[in-house]
Each structure stands twice: as C-alpha cells, then as structure tokens.
Ligand binder design. Structure first.
Ligand code: GAP
Length: 458
C-alpha cells in the first residue's frame, strides 16, 4: 500500500469497511442470524474464518502447552456453580457505569465519554442525538448474562454464562495440580467461549458479546510473582510478533492504578494499533492470590500447595495471560490486508503467514482439457491431509490467482500443457509473484519446506 493512501498506523483509511466486506464475500465472518436481521454483536465464522481461527488457536496451544513441560491444558464447563461468580467478585464488581439519553435511548459507558466523565454526566450533550441535559444518573450495569438451570425460572436457579474462562481454571487448581503432578511454578491453559453483555460492543469482531478467550494462569510462589509477570509480558509480546504482526503496531501499556481490575495488583496490555487507534490485544495480569484465596473462603476447601522439599505450605500467586481469540483474528486480518497495483489493476492480498493461512495451496488446471484436470485433481488429492488444499478449475488463471490472493493462499500450483510431458508444475508465490517450476513428485516437500521456512514450528 502506498504511504499517501494510508493512516498513521499504515492501514488504509477505510480498512474496517474493506475487511467486513471481504470477510463476508469470501466466507470468513458472517453476522449471526443474518436472515433475521442479525443479533447484537455476535458473529459466525464461515469456512475460511474457522480455518484461520483454528490455526491461531493451535499456534497458541502449541506455544503454551506443547512447548512448556510445566503448562497443561483444561476444558472446563461454561456453566458453573453461581457461587463461583460471587467468590470471584464478578457478581459484585463486574460492572460498567452506564448513562442513558432519555431522548434517543442510546446507552453509553461513562468511561468512553471522557467529556461526560469529567463533569456531571446528566448535564451533557448526547453525542448521538445532540440533546443536552437528558442523561440519566450513572448506574452500575453488570456485564454477566444470566439464565436459569432446571425447569423453574426463579432467583435460586440463576446461573451465569461465564464472562472469562479463568475461573474454571482456579476452581480446578487442586484437581489439575495433583492429577498432573505439577510443581509450582506451573500453568493451566484453556481456550473457550466467554460472554459479556457489553454496553457498547463494536468495531466488527473487536468487542462482541460472545467471544473466545485463550487464557493461561501461571501459579507461582508468593514473592516471585513480579519476576514472572515481567517474564510473561516478554513471552507474550514475542508470541504476538511470531504471528507475523508488524512490530511497530505492537506495544506494551501499563495500567494506571485507577484502571486495575478488582483482582489485580499490576497489569499490562499488549496493544495493537488498529485502524481505529491503539487498543488492547492481550492482558497480562498480576492477580496475586486473590482468586484462590477467595474460592477457599467461599467453598471451605483448601486450595493450597505443599512444597515438599521446603516443607512449606502456601496459597500460590497467579500471573495470568489472557487474549481474545476472535480479537487475535481481527489483528491478524488487519495486519495482513494489503492492496497494490499490478498490471494496471488493484490486487487485494492478505499477506498471512503461510502457517496461519486458511488454505495453504490452491491447485489449478490451466484449462479444462488435454488431461490437465485429471493431473491437477490427482495432485490435489495427494496433497490433502498434509495441507489444506483448494481445487479450482473455473475462470481465467488470472482471476483464480486473484481470488486466492484475497483469501491469503500463499501458494498456487498450476498444471499446464507442459506438465504431461515434463511432470513439472508451476508454483506461484503470493507475495513475490515469482513462479517456480517444481517436479510433481516434489510438490509436497516444496510446500512443507516453504511453510517451514517462515515458521520453523509449523
Ligand atoms: N481473565 C481476565 C480477563 O478476562 P480482560 O482484560 O477482561 O481480562 C482479556 O479480557 C482479553 O479478552 C482481552 O485482552 C481481549 O483480547 C479479550 N476480550 C475481552 N472482552 C472482549 C469482548 N467483548 N470481545 C472480544 N474479545 C474480548
């Protein structure tokens, strides 16, 4: 993209509109229940979106669980005993102050309207309808979704859709530590759905009401938590870079004391420079022993660790890393989107890291005759299982290349008239546009090496 056509962040000024349109057109992301007019800030992931999401999740899981012998996985239920959310502080404190304009009935979080927060919100002008003095007094709004368990809809049957996956980890601390025979320091990692009744969701999949989190709670000896907090900030920043995200669009931001969540003594966000400004991408939290201690008190069950060599018993402290999977997907898409002029037309290309691309290679017969489709179909069949392969015989070869560029396919393999004679195919590189002749028998190895070259862990 040329510098004059970009914003400070280097993104195209209308990037979000372009992404929303591309995501729908190419089957990455659809609005939920679209045929009924949608539902507020919930999204469905289409054939390409689910592949990209799965790839990001797998990269996270490999990095967290496979590469650390002291981090193990968990998959806890979404519905939990409601007492969990009392102990965690979410029933009492997971709230946002909200004001409503009596004229247009739009609701705002007080903290996203700085000019309102500064003075008496009730005297201010509504940024949507312009009416002055019609705001309600701020009231606390709890972000947890409630439902009922069992056949009776009464207060005692209330359960919550979890607003974070972390609590499933805390309540299983003892189960996991003992069954997996882990010694402090060790971590528990989890990926799963979370739900928040956000007052102002928005910016496409940036802030939604249903989303997935990838969280890891690292249990450490009290007194070592600050050192571990620093270590995890660095590790997580390195991981973000390993996704291929531009370093200049990533930064660490420390929370001010007035911004800390109720369970934190310290926190930093990894922020990404989105087209709509610097915003949180991942949170790293120094959670002390707040959660384990609180669950001990409320459940009456000990959640301590016995350090045998030191003959010492303590409640571990926790350093948490918490990232939204769907938010990571938005970062990856926004960072990969590019446009360039090629042969007098605009080429839209997603420069996704090959190991993250939803389709790793497309196989084309140049034309639908002279035995080319048969060879191409067989090649595609041979490659399937090792790579996610897309076969396409429709339209001109130029159009087929462009379609794959838009979905981030790093390699396009074309069977042409020559292939029947020399058993070679042309492999076109999405980024360089170079075309290389590769023997049919070596295409699989070629792809493996090319993907591996950009990601040694793929
Ligand atoms: N367990 C700690 C926790 O949940 P958080 O800062 O509220 O901390 C962590 O959320 C991460 O979850 C955020 O950095 C973001 O990536 C993601 N996230 C939070 N709310 C979200 C929402 N409404 N939509 C999408 N992702 C969200």
């Amino acid at each position: 993209m040329t510098p004059e056509s970009t914003t400070d962040s280097g993104h195209a000024p209308d990037l979000m509109d372009k992404l929303v349109s591309l995501c729908k057109r190419r089957g990455f992301i659809f609005q939920s229940s679209e045929i009924y007019g949608g539902v507020g800030s919930v999204y469905d992931y289409g054939p390409l979106g689910i592949e990209l999401k799965n790839n990001i999740q797998q990269v996270w899981w490999r990095d967290m669980v496979f590469r650390h012998n002291n981090i193990v996985g968990l998959d806890a239920g979404i519905l939990m005993n409601p007492e969990v959310w009392v102990a965690s502080g979410h029933v009492g404190a997971f709230t946002d102050p909200l004001v409503e304009c009596r004229n247009c009935h739009r609701r705002f979080r007080v903290d996203e309207l700085p000019e309102i927060e500064a003075e008496n919100p009730t005297d201010q002008q509504c940024p949507v309808c312009g009416t002055t003095g019609e705001f309600t007094d701020p009231r606390q709004f709890n972000l947890m979704f409630k439902t009922f368990m069992g056949p009776v809809e009464e207060e005692s049957a209330t359960v919550y859709l979890r607003p974070e996956t972390a609590q499933g980890i805390f309540v299983n601390f003892k189960n996991v530590q003992e069954s997996a025979r882990q010694k402090v320091p060790f971590g528990i990692a989890q990926v799963g759905k979370a739900f928040r009744n956000e007052i102002t969701p928005g910016n496409f999949i940036f802030r939604t009401r249903e989303f997935e989190q990838m969280e890891m709670q690292f249990f450490v000896k009290p007194g070592t938590e600050d050192e571990w907090f620093e270590t995890w900030k660095e590790r997580r920043l390195d991981w973000a870079r390993s996704l291929g995200i531009s370093n200049e669009r990533l930064r660490l931001q420390k929370h001010g004391s007035d911004e800390l969540a109720h369970y934190c003594k310290d926190a930093s966000d990894i922020e990404y420079q989105f087209p709509f400004g610097w915003q949180e991408f991942e949170g790293i939290h120094n959670r002390t022993d707040y959660d384990l201690r609180s669950h001990q008190e409320h459940s009456g069950k000990k959640l301590e660790y016995f350090d045998q060599p030191a003959n010492e018993r303590y409640t571990p402290y926790v350093v948490e890393t918490s990232i939204g999977l769907s938010r990571a997907l938005l970062v990856v898409l926004a960072d990969a989107y590019d446009e360039e002029e090629v042969e007098n037309s605009t080429r839209v290309v997603l420069r996704l890291k090959p190991s993250l691309a939803p389709i790793q290679a497309a196989v084309f017969p140049l034309v639908k005759k002279d035995g080319m489709p048969e060879i191409a179909e067989k090649l595609a069949e041979d490659l399937r299982g090792k790579f996610n392969i897309f076969y396409d015989a429709a339209g001109s070869i130029g159009r087929r290349y462009r379609r794959q560029d838009e979905t981030g396919t790093p390699f396009c393999i074309t069977v042409d008239g020559q292939t029947g004679e020399d058993q070679m195919v042309t492999v076109r590189n999405r980024d360089t546009l170079d075309q290389t002749r590769v023997p049919l028998s070596q295409v699989s190895q070629y792809l493996h090496e090319a993907i591996h070259a950009t990601d040694p862990h793929a």
